[in-house]
Design a protein around this ligand. Structure first.
Ligand code: CTP
Ligand code: MG
Length: 234
């Protein structure tokens, strides 16, 4: 069965504040997005990677891929994450059955997690990496006063990779586009859920962190700097 991965790297990295796109920042010796390109390739279940990068960074990314000897199709992204997904999805051939969507901002992706999420798709419309929420949750009221404590039982934090049957994701995106709500979606599962699809949770290890701030970048650098065999494979 054929599978294409859409690797999202078209964000501008405002919260990182580095003055350049976050996914192109050096991380443990190479552009951050290269860690995900390699993990997707090493999973042995992804046939092709479509890399979505900021407008104006296509050539630079193609050169970085070339230097690393990696193959990926590079396309330019949109103004929101969901629009970048749509642009990537638009280049996926009709005969590709499954799509994996992954944020380049999660460079600690492992091949094993990619395989687990793909395996979990069977019998569902989608499957996503996620972690049970461990913090106590508060809803904010006026002046930062706590309005209530939210019961965290059964709550999970959504991550990537997220995998869907290609046609299911295409229909969910088209539906949100028609409703004018596409740009509001912060992940693809929410689009499929809104269309009535079933999406399964796949527990991911804590190391699958999202790099948002300079502190996250330091943490990722430290984790990647540890011996490869020190990282648990999931
Ligand atoms: N992304 C994208 N296209 C956009 C916005 C985001 O492809 N228009 C991607 C980012 O590159 C990232 C993922 O979506 O891999 C999650 O986004 P986020 O962590 O918010 O990254 P940025 O948007 O780059 O960061 P910020 O919100 O701080 O600007
Ligand atoms: Mg963002």
């Amino acid at each position: 069965m054929s599978t294409t991965a859409i690797l999202l790297a078209a964000g501008s990295g405002v919260r990182m504040g580095a003055g350049m796109p976050k996914a192109l920042l050096p991380l443990a010796g190479r552009p951050m997005l290269m860690w995900s390109v390699d993990a997707l390739a090493a999973s042995d279940v992804v046939d092709e990677v479509v890399l979505v990068v900021p407008r104006g960074h296509l050539r630079e990314t193609q050169m970085a891929l070339g230097r690393a000897g990696s193959g990926a199709r590079v396309v330019s992204g949109g103004a929101s994450r969901a629009e970048s997904v749509t642009r990537g999805l638009g280049t996926v051939p009709d005969d590709v059955e499954r799509v994996v969507v992954h944020d380049a901002a999660r460079p600690l992706l492992t091949p094993a997690l990619v395989r687990s999420v793909i395996e979990a798709l069977q019998g569902f419309d989608g499957a996503i990496a996620a972690a049970p929420v461990s913090d106590t949750l508060k809803r904010q009221g006026d002046d930062l006063a706590i309005a209530e404590t939210v019961d965290r039982t059964g709550l999970w934090a959504a991550q990537t990779p997220q995998v869907f049957w290609t046609e299911v994701l295409r229909r969910a995106v088209a539906r949100a586009q028609a409703a004018g709500s596409l740009a509001l979606a912060t992940d693809c599962a929410s689009l499929v859920e809104a269309a009535g699809g079933t999406v399964r949770l796949v527990p991911a290890a804590a190391q699958n962190l999202k790099v948002t701030t300079p502190t996250d970048l330091e943490r990722a650098e430290w984790l990647l700097g540890r011996a490869d065999d020190a990282l648990p494979e999931c």
